[in-house]
Design a protein around this ligand. Structure first.
Ligand code: HEM
Length: 418
């Protein structure tokens, strides 16, 4: 095999415009084959990173937080000064014991039992969105169904007024897809003295979500209800409550993580059924495949392209010497199409079993908190779709988000198939 450094220098996993065009499956297949733990350069001020592309290695890194830290740097590619890191620190950018503490505050609110209590609301929301969209005949799957469903459900759980859904979607977009000109944040909206680099994603939108969360939190501090914000404010773990900064960071991450990822999954899932009508017909015939279909949709969509860790000590992976301080990037998108684990990975197959996808992470301590909530929403939407005997077809080009972090879609025009 020729030297990977020469052969693979053209591989670029990070220019956002490339992701806007397509998922970089060809590049990942090449890396998995030629250099699965690949040193990927970056332009200054960043220093480059190890691209981890095999399923087995993503799991190994995820499950070894003693070496691969979430708190030493961000979980995104961006490199920031320690002071900014401290201000931005949330559940996802922390290690034990802080991570365990924060996680114990929120975990009881996201168990299958706690989440299933929201099924009736999620189903009614899915049903009314589908009915309103279908009545138009032609509509945008993202704008009319996939975007409003998760935010409506999430705000209901949090106890945030539904009228503010639009504002939360706009702010989420401006956090997650800061490279996309359609979602450019408004830097002038920051009050004097607030530096964007101290904010999650370096985005002013994070400040506004913080402030929004802070105000709701203040209200619930004096007038608690049984919503999730009240519980976050009043829950005690080992005699401690969340500090104000911890609460605001938690609110911000829930708004973001609970909204954008599920929207993306619902969109790629519908796209897959449009391209593979036999799979929808199969699900209609065999509703017992619903659980497997939901997992295949998550694998197929892989809404979060990667998470980063930072090496706390020198270590070795697949013969590569990883130095203390190196960035290690786990590409879930590559792992979920690893032919060593998934037969015919580019086939959308709702009977795939087992389906050990890493869409929710590689199984370490940061495994997605909202996995049950996401699964619930995918399932009820599909059930409502099947109940209406709906088959959709494409009605125009899909527009992807310009981002190397999320597999987002801005627009997917569809129409009801006759
Ligand atoms: C299909 C939808 C979703 C996908 C694909 C997804 C994916 C992920 C991934 C890949 C991680 C990082 C795992 C790791 O680092 O090991 C994560 C973490 C997280 N997710 Fe999700 N997510 C989804 C939905 C949700 C929802 C609905 C919520 C909540 C309302 C949520 C909240 C979180 C939180 C709070 C974390 C950080 C957990 C921690 O650091 O302990 N996610 N998610």
């Amino acid at each position: 095999m020729a030297s990977p450094a020469e052969d693979l220098s053209h591989v670029d996993l990070i220019t956002p415009e490339r992701w806007e065009e397509r998922v970089l499956h060809d590049e990942f297949a090449l890396l998995r084959h030629e250099d699965p733990v690949h040193w990927h350069p970056e332009s200054a001020p960043n220093h480059g990173f190890w691209a981890i592309t095999k399923h087995e290695d993503v799991v190994a890194v995820s499950k070894n937080p003693q070496v691969f830290s979430s708190g030493e740097g961000l979980t995104m590619l961006e490199e920031v000064e320690p002071e900014s890191l401290e201000k931005r620190r949330s559940l996802i950018d922390s290690d034990a014991p802080l991570h365990q503490h924060l996680r114990r505050v929120v975990s009881p609110l996201f168990t299958p039992k706690a989440i299933n209590a929201h099924e009736a609301f999620a189903r009614a929301t899915a049903a009314s969105l589908l009915d309103a969209a279908v009545a138009q005949g032609e509509f945008d799957w993202v704008l009319d169904v996939a975007e409003p469903l998760p935010i409506t459900v999430l705000l209901n759980i949090l106890g945030v007024p539904p009228a503010d859904a639009e504002q939360m979607i706009t702010l989420s977009n401006q956090m997650i897809a800061i490279d996309d000109p359609d979602y450019a944040p408004d830097y002038d909206s920051l009050p004097p003295g607030i530096d964007p680099k101290d904010l999650p994603f370096g985005s002013p939108a994070s400040y506004h979500v913080f402030e929004y969360g802070r105000q709701i939190g203040e209200e619930r501090r004096s007038h608690p209800t049984d919503d999730l914000v009240s519980r976050l404010i009043h829950s005690e773990v080992d005699g401690d409550r969340l500090t104000e900064l911890e609460y605001c960071n938690m609110f911000q991450i829930l708004i973001l993580a609970g909204n954008e990822t599920t929207r993306t999954t619902l969109t790629h899932g519908m796209g897959a059924f449009i391209d593979n009508p036999d799979q929808l017909a199969l699900l209609r015939e065999r509703p017992e495949l619903m659980g497997a279909a939901v997992e295949e949709i998550i694998r197929w969509a892989t809404p979060v392209l990667y998470m980063r860790r930072t090496a706390l000590s020198d270590t070795e992976l697949r013969g590569k010497q990883i130095a203390e301080g190196d960035k290690v990037v786990m590409w879930y998108m590559s792992a979920n199409y690893d032919e060593a684990v998934f037969d015919d990975p580019h086939a959308f197959d709702i009977t795939r079993d087992p389906n050990p996808h890493l869409g929710f992470g590689g199984g370490g301590p940061h495994f997605c908190l909202g996995a049950w909530l996401a699964r619930l929403q995918i399932r009820v939407l599909l059930e409502e779709l099947l109940r209406r005997d709906l088959q959709l077809e494409s009605n125009g080009p899909v527009r992807r988000v310009r981002s190397n972090f999320v597999n987002g879609v801005k627009s997917m025009p569809v129409r009801v198939a006759r």
